[in-house]
Structures are given as C-alpha cells and as structure tokens.
Design a binder for this molecule. Sequence first.
Ligand code: MD3
Ligand code: FE
Length: 217
Amino acid sequence: MSTSLFEMEPPARPSKDILGAGTAVLAGFALDAEEELLASLKDVVERSPFRNMVTPGGFRMSVAMSNCGPLGWVTDRTGYRYDQIDPEVNRPWPAMPRAFRELATAAAEEAGFPNFVPDACLINRYEPGARLSLHQDKNERDFTQPIVSVSLGLPATFLFGGLERGDKTQRIQVIHGDVLVWGGSARLCYHGIAPLKEGEYPRLGRVRYNLTFRNVG
Ligand code: MD3
Ligand code: FE
C-alpha cells in the first residue's frame, strides 16, 4: 500500500486518455498475442496480397494495403468505399482471424467501449519513406463506434490534429505492440503518419504494419 501521494510515480509511458475523452493509448497491449497476430497476418496477405491503391485524384499511395473481414476499404479513381470483394483477386476478403477480432474487442473494452464487434480490418504496410497524409476517417456510418489501431514492426510518428485541417497537430510515437483506441469526441479528428524512418525490426525487417479495426455496418 502506498503511504503518501507523493510516493506515487506516473507510469513510464502514459497508458490511457492522453488525447482526450474517448481515446486511449494502450502501450504494449498486443504483445501477448504477437505470435498469433503475425501468423494470422501472413495467412491473410497470402490470399489478399498487399497492393498500392490509387486515390480518386490519381495518386498511387505509398502505403500498401490489404483487408480482412466482411468489408474492406478500397480506393480507386471512382472514390473511397468499403467493399465485400477484393478487386485485385475478385474474391471476398479473407475472414477476420480470431486473434485479430479478440484483440480489437478487448482493447475497445479497455478504453470504455464494450461490445465492439469489428466488421472491417484494414492492414497498412509502411516501408521507410511511406506516409499517410493528414485526413479524417469519414467513410463509416456510425461515428459513435470507435476505431482500434494496432502497430507492429518499426516505430512511427502519429500526427493527431483537431477537427479542422489547419489545427495544430500533436506527435505521438507508437511502437511494436501498441494499441490506440479512438472514439468519442476524437473520432473525427484529422490524423496521419509521418514518413517512416529507415530501420529494421527483428523478424519483420524494414517495415511497419498497422491493423485498423472498424465497425462500418
Ligand atoms: C484519430 N491508419 O488507415 S489508424 C487509416 O497507422 C489510418 O496506418 C493509421 O489512419 C495507420 O485511416 C492508424 C489511426 C486512426 C484512425 C482513426 C482516427 C486515428 C484516428 C479517428 C480519429 C482520430
Ligand atoms: Fe485514418
């Protein structure tokens, strides 16, 4: 039992609520499931390989993507959408692996969102130099549903802004095993990923993966 308030130390890395209501940084939350997550990731991308999609404006994205679960996020010259079919292979996206789904639900619950059932998992692959410019996630129907983001491999700098594109951004470092939950008033905030720094992660190589879980209805 602690004897005095003054003996209580802050955690080495903040674990919750640093970005405001409805958001949580769960440092290392994915580490216990690491082996299953990496094995499941391999299975998924064997069936729906990573590809660099094209934006409606005609730019090839530097981040390579795949999806699993009933719905997958896609972009092409006609716009952004969630689709049941992987347009590269003309088949439904691979099923969402149990380890993915269970981690997402547990992280959401930890952040105060019980009963989160993801129906979409976007898998982003960053190589050094790849970036995701500042954007809002607005293709989902229900903004009361949180978004769960799992970081694997090389570290990255997350840019977290406000409700307007020009708002000041905070920089948040995320490393292998970190899980971030975005909900509540943060759900429509601008965000992005700074260009990935050169590096090599044991077992995975020169790469960062991010799993983004959503309920898109
Ligand atoms: C903050 N991906 O795919 S999700 C994306 O690291 C995307 O690849 C990030 O942004 C990545 O759209 C991680 C992080 C995220 C998602 C939704 C948010 C952050 C958010 C909604 C509001 C505020
Ligand atoms: Fe996003």
